[in-house]
Unconditional design. Sequence first.
Length: 276
Amino acid sequence: MTMTAPRRSITHRGPARSKSPHWSEIRHQEGPPEVEKPALVGNSTSRRASRGRKVRTGRKFEYGRRGWLTAAFILLVSMMLAGCGGSPTVPESSTPMAPPSEAAPSPESTADLAAMKKAAGIADCPASDQKVAAVSSGLPDVVLPCLGGGRTVRLAGLRGKPMMINVWAQWCGPCREEAPYLTEVATTNKSDLQIIGIDHDDPRPELAIEFAQLSTWKYPQLADPDVVLRAALQISGPPQTFFVRPDGTIAFRHAGQFHSAAEIRDLARQHLGVTP
């Protein structure tokens, strides 16, 4: 018996047919994808988008016009801020001005200064005890010349009366502003208070005498051309005013300018017990 092998059906498979989508899928299918349109040269939206954007072309970078304007504005503001740097604005009552370091020395002779002092009506400097010992917390043991000439004065030897010692300079703005109040107090002073001025760190004594004359200061004026009081009284700059007891001790230091004659009178009454 002859066995016949079953024939294998051979199916020729062609390329796979793409299955057509069902109508329901077609209904829910989204529309065709949006095709990005090339930007036109005259398109304003495209130009705005390109401004400020950094486009790399080789090793160089190109910036839009807006980017350059922003960078230039930031640079300008930075330069302005740098130019405004320096010392902040400070009230004139607390910040002394700097003396003119390049000021030429006074061309006036001693005789000329003495004549100017006499014409201004400035009183002679007071006598001081040369032998009395300096006291603790008192005026320093230094000797100062009299502005415009005259006897020298030993500060530690000033005793016997309550004193108000005003340190000033003709180049000092706050000193000029408080000058009328010192003049008013000195003019109306009927008490035992002795008022003394000290021209501090001033290379032009003739200008100092002129300023004292314009301020109608008639009370004695000393001079500190060598700035010895800077260390002796720890003075950073004028104006500074010291209220001193009759025994030579310092009762109170007022740093900065006065803003009224009443302020001076109140401090004298409070710390020295006198009302000028």
